[in-house]
Design a protein around this ligand. Structure first.
Ligand code: MRU
Length: 354
């Protein structure tokens, strides 16, 4: 099944419950908007494009759960839910973008029945478009790789971070389809271990030769020359760096991405970012992007077992910014770009993608 979808029998959102991986492959049904928001916060569903679909289906769910005599009252109630969904996590732009798109569809509807039908239809088309775009990203990105290459990846930017196929890992899957054998070194990705728990599961399922390493070993792998490219996804890309990064773009992705970009640069290994135009925020500068700070318990405990003094102060940012000067290739559904990026062209592409 897809990472996130609509269950027509139960009339609700269904998703792969990623909190249960790798032990169990199970699904979770979000029957209410509160359950959907909780699923986003606890990372049952995660990864920027999958969050975009969660935002879209979430508003379609809200449209089906509210009832009112007057359309304006109904639309206000759904709008309040849409805002809560959009704010469930702050960094991946896809979540708020797709929630807002579906809300707009609702507001342009002539009746509650029409709104319910139109919002679900749009959510489906957002999900379908994600899969199609990822295939295109995969094909463009695979052209950068050669038979026998080894790719290092961080976090999970695969099928389970999208509706299907994946962005960074989509490139690996497309390379395999093109008869290029590409192996993967997966960083564990502390503290929530998306690399270990999720990336390795989907790579092994697709028979990709995979080596899991602790985050601290990635420098050694690059130093030894055992990696031909580092390929990651993105939660939000901005085209202007603001005060800290100036007029270059910035990629926000899983904490630790920046460190790998610096290491790749040090060892002359291409650093590749794969993301759809829907992940490019053409409106904000890097200064305006909120980096999610997650609960200290994610470090003070490991799977419920104490890992540090219960009262030790903790810094737990979920993402970090990588300036475009460290990115060799940005792969989107429209092609492969070598920074510095042509800002105007990306603004235009984002408008067309909307
Ligand atoms: O906290 P997560 O697991 O949602 O973080 C996910 C990532 O950082 C991914 O690399 C990013 O969303 C790209 S997914 C194609």
């Amino acid at each position: 099944m897809r990472t996130i979808d609509w269950d027509h029998d139960r009339d609700c959102v269904v998703m792969v419950d990623q909190t249960q991986l790798p032990a169990t492959y199970t699904t979770y049904h979000a029957e209410t908007v509160a359950q959907l928001i909780e699923s986003i916060r606890t990372l049952r569903v995660r990864g920027a494009p999958a969050l975009g679909a969660a935002g879209a289906y979430g508003v379609a769910l809200a449209a089906r759960r509210h009832e009112a005599d007057e359309f304006a009252v109904y639309a206000d109630a759904v709008a309040a839910d849409a805002e809560a969904i959009a704010n469930a996590r702050p960094t991946a732009v896809n979540l708020s973008r797709e929630a807002e798109r579906v809300l707009e569809e609702l507001e342009n509807s002539a009746s509650i029945d029409a709104a319910r039908e139109r919002t679900l239809r749009l959510a489906h088309s957002i999900a379908d478009a994600d899969v199609e775009r990822n295939r295109q990203i995969g094909d463009h990105g695979a052209a950068l790789l050669s038979d026998g290459d080894t790719v290092m990846t961080h976090c999970n930017a695969g099928a389970l971070a999208t509706v299907d196929w994946g962005t960074a890992l989509g490139i690996v899957y497309s390379a395999h389809e093109a008869d290029k054998r590409v192996d993967v070194v997966a960083n564990e990705t502390r503290p929530l271990n998306q690399g270990a728990r999720i990336t390795t599961v989907e790579l092994l399922e697709r028979d990709v030769e995979t080596t899991l390493i602790p985050d601290n070993a990635s420098g050694l792998w690059l130093q030894r020359g055992d990696v031909d490219a580092v390929v990651v996804g993105a939660d939000r890309i901005v085209l202007e760096g603001g005060e800290q990064f100036g007029d270059q773009g910035v990629v926000f992705n899983k904490i630790g991405t920046y460190k790998h970009a610096v290491l790749a640069d040090r060892h002359d290994v291409p650093f590749v970012v794969a993301a759809p135009h829907a992940t490019i925020d053409t409106e904000r500068t890097a200064d305006e992007v909120e980096i999610e700070e997650r609960d200290p318990s994610e470090l003070r405990e490991i799977y419920g077992t104490q890992n540090a003094p219960a009262d030790v102060p903790v810094g737990n940012p979920a993402f970090d910014p990588t300036p475009m000067e460290l990115v060799d290739y940005l792969v989107t559904e429209t092609g492969v770009y070598e920074p510095p990026l042509d800002r105007a062209a990306f603004v235009e592409a984002a408008e067309m993608a909307a």
